[in-house]
Design a protein around this ligand. Sequence first.
Ligand code: NAP
Length: 426
Amino acid sequence: MNHYKIAIVGAGPAGYFTAQALQNEANDERTFSIDLIERLPTPWGLVRSGVAPDHPKIKTVAKVFEKVAADPNFRLFANVELGKDLQLADLTDRYDAVVLCTGSSKGKNLGIPGEELPNSISAAEFVPWYNGHPDYEKFEVDLSGKVALVIGAGNVAMDCARMLAVEAHELDETDTAEHAMKKLHESEIKKVFITARRGAEFAAFTAPELRDLPKLEHTDVYINQDDIDMAQTRAAAKGEIEKHVASNLEAMRLIAESTKSGNEKSMEFLFQYVPKEIVGSGKVEGVIFDTPNGEKRIDCDLVISAIGYESIPYVGVEFEKGKIKNVDGRVANSNIYTVGWAKRGPSGVIGTNKSDASDVVELLLTDLSTPKNVGDITEVLKSDHLVVDQSYWQRINEAETKAGESAGKPRIKGTSIEALLSLGRP
Ligand code: NAP
């Protein structure tokens, strides 16, 4: 019987699905001790700080994560930062394999003039801000203007736009961070544009998310019917329209045809708007676009770019093109592997990480030989380091959930490291 020790860094969906894939591979010949290391005092990654608060069903996957964590051979080491509290070599020396599931948390730059103006922000800041990520507790979002403009045609852009375009009271029973709820209740934003640089046939939105939009009670959603007709014609001219494109266009057509109720708040999609410059004196006042009908300016008070993410590099492994340099999840000449956005870039839904993890674990298993059996993370961490282990996290989780009960919310989140640590203190 071989007993292997595996360290996983990053307790988001990729980390948990990697642990689950390893647990599924345990048998009479091999078992695995899994140590899951996480920088924040809270696990669950994007399920906690990425998924939009008004999409609670997506977050139910956390039940799977907690089941993984209940295995006696699983340990959580949260509040432990790679590069600060320990180095990658501390793990590669001691564990049979190290799986990096550190995601990609930096927003890609547009690379156009004016991007640095105040009130031009990234979804990589706005999303963790409304979700109560401790790094963004003090982030300032100015919602005092009337018009917001979101650049990008993916689901993150749609989440950002929807969070601004619904009435704040519709979010009262969600786990949106308290600081964000206060700002959203005071928000003056009435109109939110979503701009796509290409035609509707290339939009990265997914159909279920689009289909939810006409159901919004207090927000009118506009798409120009001509944009959909032209997209359909262009796509058909290239041959058979792909299934996901057809259902996206169909969902967009339903939005175009939906009855508008004259709501004060609205969302409007603009296609073939290539951002050229963000303009304003002292702060954002508008965005200039190249369009098929020439240059157009849209006046706005806030710009959110939601054009994808890249990994923030760290020492001990090579990064290229915003990801960890790897071949199918293997990092060359090492016992390091990677799963999730750190491996493949910021694509796919949460479930995509499940198959990704299984594929990488399959490779990892073929590389394993005799177990190292030379200690673990506990030898490296300072004796007074406050580790948030599974029971500490459970206390945080219970305290947050209990705080939410009286307000009819799934939870009220601790939004600073100190607050989270004190919520779980025994
Ligand atoms: P995404 O789906 O890759 O969309 C990025 C968008 O940004 C694309 O429309 C892209 O247009 C555009 N873009 C890129 N560079 C640009 C530039 N320089 N100027 C203007 N536009 C630019 O990324 P995402 O929205 O960040 O989402 C990441 C992943 O998370 C996706 O797989 C998404 O489905 C998933 N997600 C899922 C949900 C959900 O299931 N509810 C929610 C949120 C996120 P081009 O196509 O022209 O490059």
